[in-house]
Design a protein around this ligand. Structure first.
Ligand SMILES: Nc1ncnc2c1ncn2[C@@H]1O[C@H](COP(=O)(O)OP(=O)(O)O)[C@@H](O)[C@H]1O
Ligand SMILES: [Mg+2]
Length: 446
């Protein structure tokens, strides 16, 4: 029985009052002076009023108790309303327990309860048979009454079951709607965030562009100053050197930022992914050769060529591998690189998995690290992964952090990149210059 049923049952409603009206009507019909009959009708009325309360207090057994009580009361009423109980004109009172059962139970239990009610009614045959002879016509009449019990039970039960089914359907629909609403709200919040980031991105790209020109002048002037002073003023030369080297650093940062903010043109040409991947791995390894990192490669045999922009995809791999080296630190560790044929959302492609043995990524950072300027490193800029996610968008692929399975002894971070195999519109894709575009697109797939 569902919640709605219970709610409807708890408390008195106008239908209950109507029931009481009917029972009162019965009280004023003969035999009027039969006080037992009046008492039974009174108990029936009380039961009708308290039924909802009983069912809500005893959710498991309450319904059965109510039906049994009504059958017993019906028997008693028949016993007090006819010289021969089986002949009592009050026999339709049995419809009460039958309807109640049909309302609360499924089809089979309803049939069983109806059978019990019919048996209790027919049990009055026993005393009648002792005193009278019963004609075939009387048996037929009894059979018709009993069949009507079953008919009524089934009709009401079908109706109730259908209502219950509909209610459940609407409840599920309401739940799905609530869920969709929540998703919509989240999507709207993300869209607002993306818009803000995009506006910020455009603003800062403009700013960065404007900063680059004076930086060039400062750098040139500092270098000239250094040359002019020569050995005559060592302190001033040293300071000019600082100005020059720090300007270089600033200029490098601005260039990196502008590279990120600029529209990205991916020239997709089908080629071997592992050639590019190997080159990225050896590039980073040669720069960080002082770190004891053991690189383990597991490549599927006969991997197909996939549409790649050679330099962009190499940059993406380099960024991921550099992060892995950074994470493992001076102690070094193990870098596992896998490349395998796979399918994502029904699209064929190659999946590259790069896992390190570093400390891993905190759960609360897992989504954020793809946003620009999110970094946990002292000298980090936080653009590496957002550039990777933009490059992956340019390849119609995606990048995500792979969650470690529970009980996995490995602790390090694991990045999964998916490159789809050739498809019709996979050539020369332009990715918008918006900062948020890369990360928002990627978040959708996380
Ligand atoms: N392999 C990794 N292990 C642990 N943390 C990582 C790993 N890769 C990236 N991260 C986290 O993601 C952040 C963002 O990385 P990234 O965008 O490349 O910027 P940056 O390298 O400049 O910090 C890093 O600061 C680090 O906290
Ligand atoms: Mg990085």
């Amino acid at each position: 029985m569902d919640v709605i049923d219970k709610a409807r049952r708890a408390g008195i409603n106008w239908l209950d009052l109507l029931w009481l009206g009917f029972l009162a009507g019965l009280a004023f019909l003969p035999p009027v002076t039969e006080y037992h009959k009046l008492a039974i009708l009174l108990v029936f009325g009380a039961l009708q009023l308290t039924e909802g309360w009983i069912v809500s207090k005893l959710p498991k057994r309450g319904t059965s108790y109510v039906v049994v009580l009504k059958i017993v009361l019906a028997m008693l009423l028949l016993d007090h309303t006819g010289e021969v109980s089986i002949n009592s004109t009050y026999w339709p009172i049995y419809f009460l327990p039958i309807m109640t059962a049909a309302e609360y139970f499924g089809p089979w239990p309803t049939l069983a309860w109806t059978a019990l009610a019919a048996t209790s009614y027919c049990s009055y045959l026993i005393p009648a048979l002792q005193e009278y002879e019963i004609t075939a016509e009387a048996y037929e009449l009894l059979a018709i009454r009993v069949l009507f019990f079953f008919l009524a039970a089934m009709v009401v039960n079908r109706f109730v079951v259908e209502i219950r089914r509909q209610t459940r359907k609407y409840q599920q629909l309401a739940e799905t709607l609530a869920e969709t609403n929540l998703k919509l709200e989240q999507a709207q919040a993300e869209a607002r965030r993306s818009e803000r980031l995009a506006a910020l991105g455009q603003l800062s790209a403009g700013l960065a562009h404007e900063i680059r020109n004076p930086l060039g002048v400062i750098k040139g002037s500092a270098e000239m100053l250094g040359q002019k002073l020569g050995q005559s003023d060592p302190l001033a030369t040293e300071l000019a050197g600082y100005i020059s080297s720090e300007t270089n650093r600033l200029s490098d940062l601005v260039t990196r930022f502008l590279n990120f903010a600029r529209p990205l043109q991916a020239d997709l040409i089908p080629q071997s992914l592992i050639v590019v991947l190997d080159r990225a791995l050896s590039d980073v390894a040669s720069v960080r050769k002082d770190l004891p990192v053991q690189v383990e490669k597991h490549y599927d045999e006969n991997l197909p060529d996939v549409p790649l922009d050679e330099s962009l995809s190499e940059q993406a791999f380099v960024n991921i591998v550099q992060n892995a080296y950074d994470a493992m630190g001076p102690a070094g560790g193990r870098l596992q690189v896998r490349a395998e044929r796979t399918q994502s959302d029904g699209i064929d492609g190659i999946q590259v998995q790069i896992c390190d043995s570093g400390p891993g990524i905190a759960p609360e950072l897992r989504e954020q690290i793809f946003n620009p300027f999110v970094t946990t490193k002292k000298t980090g800029v936080g653009l590496g992964l957002s550039i990777v996610s933009k490059i992956m968008d340019g390849h119609h692929g995606f990048i995500r952090v792979q969650l470690r399975a529970e009980g996995d002894a490995q602790t390090g971070a694991c990045f999964v990149m998916f490159f789809p195999a050739a498809n019709e519109d996979s050539t020369n894709r332009m990715v918008a210059p918006l900062i948020a575009s890369g990360s928002a697109g990627m978040r959708d797939r996380l």
